[in-house]
Design a protein around this ligand. Sequence first.
Ligand code: NDP
Ligand code: 8X3
Length: 252
Amino acid sequence: MNKTAMITGATSGFGKATAELFAKNGYDIVITGRRQNRLETVRKELEGTAAVHAVSMDVSDREAVYRASEEILETFGAMDVLVNNAGLALGLEPAHRAEISDWEEMVDTNIKGLMYCTRALLPAMAEKGSGHIVNIGSIAGTYPYPGGNAYGATKAFVKQFSRNLRADLAGTGIKVTNIEPGLAETEFSIVRFKGDRDKADKVYENTEPLAAEDIAQTVFWVVSTPSRVNINSVEIMPVCQAWGPLSVTRKE
Ligand code: NDP
Ligand code: 8X3
């Protein structure tokens, strides 16, 4: 029987690349996302390679997540892998000018959505005595930057939630990993700047950012380690990215 993986946010970026890699490597996969057309395109693209189950849902809708999870568990049984990838950044304004609704949406998606998917699928993994939860955090959960305000804070949640899951799940056979990428070119910046492609393109101008495939490879590597090994976290930056000096405000 094939192993199974559920990948949230598989309509683009890291999630899509991860779904493609897992399908190519013999996993049956569950892909999710809100954009039904995109989801259907990905499903069709992968269906020759693997059994693909597509679920159109908003991860921040608890009822929808629980309903879908029940159906998934009935069809496939406990997932071998859950990749909590669905997430977004909205805006890059300083805190005093940021939209509160953007903050709410990031919290609802990056924090609550990740919790709902985890909580819905975890009991079956615990009962089976195996499984792997791979959370997609960010370097923004560790290093602050101007305009990172609520986004970075949601990813700090993902980091600590991942560690606390490890603590809770010791002895259950379930692995937990937090993957923390830096600058990567996906639809991330188009979403952050609400469709402004020029602004999004500027983020990557004259750089060689990470590609979605780099993160997919990392996800696949962490789940392919021997059963005795748990990779707790992986921080990945492109070579062109590094830390800068702390800012100092000088008097006029
Ligand atoms: P993309 O915008 O390309 O992909 C985001 C995915 O998340 C899409 O499939 C989108 O699907 C899905 N998604 C967003 N909100 C929801 C929601 N409420 N419910 C269900 N699905 C949702 O960006 P990335 O691939 O870059 O982002 C993937 C993850 O990686 C995110 O958690 C992001 O924070 C993180 N990350 C990204 C980095 C980067 O520089 N690109 C660096 C570090 C971390 P749909 O719109 O169809 O719902
Ligand atoms: C995305 C990376 O540094 O743009 O999580 O916030 S960053």
